[in-house]
Design a protein around this ligand. Sequence first.
Ligand SMILES: [Zn+2]
Length: 104
Amino acid sequence: MRRIYTSPNRMFVGLLSGALSDHGIDCIIRNDYLGGGVGDLPAQECWPELWVLRDHDEARARQIVEAVLPRQPITGEQWRCPTCGEWLEPQFGACWRCAPAVDP
Ligand SMILES: [Zn+2]
């Protein structure tokens, strides 16, 4: 098994899991329910992780992840929404939880 992606944002991990499944790549999400351990464990070790079951799917899975996620290089650090406290990836300028739906 190979770990393909990890993020504090469960939504992305689930989105990518669905995308890989759509391409016939078997994958699992680990740490899906470890969020409650944050505080006792290093936070990053509690993030949901997306793993592919077959090592030879890794390269294709990474291509799909790249295609699904926002394309601009990720710079900066995660930030925390001042309204709801959600941790957000640096490439996002607005909180997905609080912000009204925006047309792409
Ligand atoms: Zn928010």
